[in-house]
Design a protein around this ligand. Structure first.
Ligand code: SME
Length: 174
């Protein structure tokens, strides 16, 4: 079975290049959204340093509903006008928050969270949900992380179409 290990000693570009390769291997041939969401959460949590929550919220047509994740139990439902997740979903823009204490309306599911990055998942023009990653370290995420996380989400969305013959996306070009 696949074994993941911490990528903490690598540069961020190297971390995300390795993660993309591992994620591609994990999701290859599997179009099931829940299965891939679960493994992608586990892969990222096990591989990247200084994270305390990694996972998905899926849009049910009205609000965001908790999906597969790694970390402490979290809020079950998030309206689109609330929190960092709601902001990502409603604006369809990645939210890069260096310090959640400075983000008005942040929802503190885990009191340890200090930095957060949330990527909207848009599939065939529709809001599918969001990918949410939290860190206990303020300023943990930068534009390298944004590019890397967006590339991982791009790969995840590709699996929904079983478009697995497509090349691995270059995260630097997304
Ligand atoms: N902090 C998020 C809520 C989800 S948890 O972090 C898992 C937000 O403000 O939307």
């Amino acid at each position: 079975m696949f074994s993941s290990h911490s990528l903490a000693d690598l540069s961020k570009p190297e971390q995300y290049a390795a993660l993309l390769e591992q994620a591609q291997a994990l999701m290859s041939g599997e179009p099931n959204r829940i299965a891939n969401a679960a493994n992608l959460s586990a892969l990222v949590m096990a591989s990247l340093p200084e994270l305390n929550w990694v996972g998905f919220y899926f849009f049910d047509g009205q609000e965001l509903v908790l999906g597969p994740f790694q970390g402490k139990p979290a809020c079950l439902r998030i309206p689109l006008d609330r929190g960092v997740c709601g902001a990502a979903a409603s604006t369809r823009q990645t939210q890069l928050v260096p310090d959640v204490h400075a983000f008005a309306g942040h929802i503190a599911c885990d009191a340890a969270s200090r930095a957060e990055i949330v990527v909207p998942l848009i599939h065939q023009g529709q809001l599918l949900g969001v990918w949410d990653v939290d860190s206990p370290v303020a300023g943990r995420f930068d534009l390298e992380d944004q590019r890397g996380m967006q590339a991982l989400c791009h790969l995840f969305l590709q699996t929904l179409d079983q478009n697995l013959s497509a090349p691995i996306p270059e995260y630097s070009s997304l």
